[in-house]
Ligand binder design. Structure first.
Ligand SMILES: Nc1nc2c(ncn2[C@@H]2O[C@H](COP(=O)(O)O[C@H]3[C@@H](O)[C@H](n4cnc5c(=O)[nH]c(N)nc54)O[C@@H]3COP(=O)(O)O)[C@@H](O)[C@H]2O)c(=O)[nH]1
Length: 724
């Protein structure tokens, strides 16, 4: 058979394995390529059935039947399958079998050509399985276990392990299905280093480490005893590197006898390292995305979404166990001030420190989160009201410990509201709402304090929310009105110094809503600047209309909120409003409070400066009730002081009120300012003020705040009296 020497030579030179069988399916010829691929010499094969030699534990059991039936019916067959070499090594082959009636074996024989596709197939199988696992969102340890099991299937002499290297440089077992759990536990957290077995050393060196005998290699001195019961004797570990070349894990092959890895092992590791790196990097990207989506980047605390979902689970288990819980809502006092005056870096440092202090106060079963800005929440599980209150007090005390920022000592304070589960709310949203309401109550009471939620608080909060919505609507519809209160000259009470514009709100259902109420809501709800702009426009329109109708109104005083001064365009907006109605800066008096005078924000100072340069006059409202720093009076362009009505109303009964009023009049006189006494109700007050040189008065004695048409009547009546 194949006596032709050149042909035989050509067949032997082929990389493919070639086998011929006779009609009895017995091997009659193998080329040298067969011997190279499977390790069998011709004498070991001739006369044998191919299947009895090459099939092994993982070969397809139905393969033989398929080959026989296809070859006899179609004359040929092609299949990719796993066969085994003489030494038991698996070989993936592409097998092409042709029926050969003319072959030397006689009719019924066959010629089989086998091509080694082990590498391609290994790659394909592993890659398909790992990618499928990734698509199905298999957890990283499961994915890595799948790699280990697949490797152990292909190379049964191997026990595989995959360890991660964490950010601190410690080993973290991901998958090692063939290693005892005790070994994995011992490896968990082990720092990598120059003599830490094969894996710790490979990660440390960022290079493969081959230890052919664990029992003698010095790298294994500290780990020999740990591995002795496993019976493993050799270990080859390769670092798994990320795209920057940094080791993020190790991939190791253990053998039961002292040895080096073979060619197949090298091929397997080559394929697996790439897939493991992909899976580990993808997992860390996933974790990073989860971190960013669930945790606050500044403090590292869970964010609102994360806190909500953890709290929902915690409440469900409290409900199941019929246990109480407490939701604490904490907001720092005057945080904005620190941010504005010391800068954002100082604000950030404060928030981080508060987060750390709060975390220290927690028990293992409690939850914490940062909702936004300076708002933090805590869910205390298995906590009664009696336990929650002292705990909240401890938290406030811990926060108030001195803290150094930018070389300055701060004592951060907070206001805290508590809502109890299940009494004040059975779900997280209600608890958050109610604890927030309680916190606001604590803040408006006297700050630095805590407050338990109550039903009354909830009623007030609902009422306030309705008022806020209605005010928003009223502003949008411009359905607020202005009343004007006369300010008269002391020397001639029938002569107007000016009028003060005061906002009025008549609600269709609630009737008149007091300004003290809706102005405060506008301030808190961020609506005050809208209200101020409307007021400016309306007051200017009215003044221009009066003048056009021949009513001698010298000027209109307008209340400006401190918050409006935080708007960079305020000065321009005021100038525009006047221009639109053909007025000059001297036609309005801008009433500011002492809080504006004390506000050192650059934007406030810039607005004041621009207004002054444009010729506007500022009037300081409620003088005497606040800090009344005289140095500010001197520095800022104030042309008028409004003496608070609390002094005026005590004039006839209190010597202190009289003494203070005399001082105010004297200061104003020396600084060239006009004083307007507010709230003059009696002739006695009028006479005293007149006698002590107060130039302008305002109060019910001369006229209440009146609608525009009544001001015209007021003026008409005075002018008629004057003419008589
Ligand atoms: N930022 C804005 N604040 C405004 C505006 N409109 C009003 N306000 C402020 O609301 C507070 C309450 O105002 P109101 O109820 O209108 O009270 C004013 C007068 O009615 C009252 N007054 C005047 N004379 C007397 C008096 O003889 N007796 C007495 N018991 N009360 C009197 O004083 C208020 C005027 O205060 P002031 O502004 O300090 O001159 C009040 O703080 C308003 O400023 C607005 O549009 N924007």
């Amino acid at each position: 058979m194949l006596g032709d020497a050149p042909l035989r030579k050509a067949l032997d030179a082929s990389d493919n394995a070639i086998v011929m069988t006779n009609s009895a399916k017995r091997v009659v010829y193998i080329n040298q390529g067969f011997t190279r691929l499977f390790g069998f010499q011709p004498e070991e094969m001739l006369g044998k059935l191919l299947s009895e030699v090459l099939l092994g534990p993982h070969s397809d059991p139905a393969l033989l039947g398929s080959i026989r039936s296809k070859v006899s019916t179609q004359g040929e067959f092609h299949v990719e399958t796993m066969l085994y070499s003489k030494s038991g090594q698996p070989r993936w082959v592409s097998m092409v079998i042709n029926a050969s009636p003319e072959a030397s074996g006689g009719p019924g024989g066959s010629i089989t050509v086998l091509t080694d596709i082990t590498l391609t197939k290994m790659h394909e199988v592993l890659q398909t399985k790992v990618l499928e696992g990734m698509v199905n969102e298999l957890p990283l340890p499961d994915l890595m276990a799948l790699v280990c099991r697949e490797v152990e299937r292909i190379a049964p002499e191997v026990t595989a392990s995959i360890l991660a290297v964490d950010a601190q440089g410690c080993l973290r077992p991901l998958a090692a299905p063939g290693l005892p759990a005790a070994v994995c536990d011992a490896l968990d957290g082990l720092p990598i280093g120059p003599k830490v077995g094969s894996c710790g050393t490979a990660a440390f060196r960022n290079a493969p480490v081959i230890v052919t005998d664990i029992t003698t290699d010095p790298l294994w001195t500290d780990y020999r005893d740990l591995f002795a019961p496993t019976g493993l004797r050799a270990c080859w570990s390769s670092p798994i590197s990320n795209h920057q070349g940094k080791p993020v894990g190790t991939f190791a092959f253990y053998f039961r006898e002292p040895r080096s890895p073979g060619a197949l092992h090298h091929r397997l590791v080559e394929v697996c390292l790439h897939l493991c790196a992909l899976a580990i990097e993808r997992d860390s990207t996933h974790r990073r995305i989860h971190q960013l989506a669930s945790f606050d980047t500044l403090t590292g605390l869970p964010n609102r979404a994360m806190f909500r979902s953890s709290a929902e689970r915690a409440l469900a288990s409290l409900e199941h166990e019929e246990r109480p819980g407490a939701l604490l809502f904490l907001d720092l006092d005057r945080f904005k001030q620190i941010n504005d005056t010391q800068g954002h870096a100082a604000g950030d440092a404060l928030l981080c420190e508060v987060a750390a202090r709060l975390t220290q106060c927690l028990r293992a079963r409690d939850l914490i989160g940062r909702l936004s800005g300076d708002e933090f929440v805590l869910l205390l599980s298995e906590c009664t009201t009696e336990q929650a209150v002292p705990m909240a007090q401890r938290i406030l005390e811990s926060i108030a410990q001195p803290l150094h920022i930018n070389g300055q000592v701060h004592r951060p304070h907070a206001s805290l509201g508590i809502a109890m589960f299940p009494d004040d709310g059975s779900n997280i949203d209600t608890l958050l709402l109610h604890a927030d309401q309680a916190m606001h109550q604590a803040k408006s009471d006297h700050r630095h304090s805590l407050q338990l939620f109550s039903a009354e608080m909830n009623r007030r909060a609902q009422e306030r929310a309705s008022l806020e919505r209605a005010l928003q609507q009223a502003l949008a519809e411009r359905s607020l009105t202005l009343h004007y209160q006369p300010q008269v000259l002391s020397s001639s009470p029938d002569t107007l110094h000016g009028v003060e514009a005061l906002a009025r709100w008549h609600h269709p259902t609630w009737g008149m809503v007091p300004p003290s109420q809706f102005i405060a809501i506008a301030e808190e709800a961020g609506l005050i600047h809208t209200l101020t702009l409307w007021l400016l426009d309306e007051a200017c329109r009215q003044l221009a209309a009066w003048r056009a109708a021949g009513h001698p109104v010298p000027c209109v005083a307008i209340n400006l909120s401190g918050r409006s001064f935080h708007q960079p365009g305020l000065a321009q907006e005021i100038a525009d409003a006047l221009k639109q109605h053909g007025l000059r800066p001297g036609d309005v008096l801008l009433e500011i409070t002492e809080s504006v005078m004390m506000d050192a924000r650059p934007v406030t100072l810039a607005n004041i400066d621009t207004l002054h340069r444009q010729g506007f006059k500022l009037s300081l409202d409620d003088f005497g009730t606040g800090y009344s720093s005289l140095s500010y009076l001197h520095r800022l362009p104030i042309s008028e002081l409004k003496l608070d009505m609390a002094f005026v109303q005590d004039l006839t009964t209190s010597a202190t009120a009289r003494a203070l009023t005399v001082s105010v009049l004297s200061i104003a006189h020396s600084l060239g300012m006009v004083v307007v006494a507010e709230g003059v109700e009696t002739v006695g007050q009028q006479q005293w003020l007149q006698a002590h040189g107060c130039p302008v008065m305002q109060g019910y004695l001369f006229g209440k705040p009146l609608p525009p048409e009544d001001i015209e009547a007021w003026l008409g009546a005075r002018s008629a009296a004057h003419n008589h």
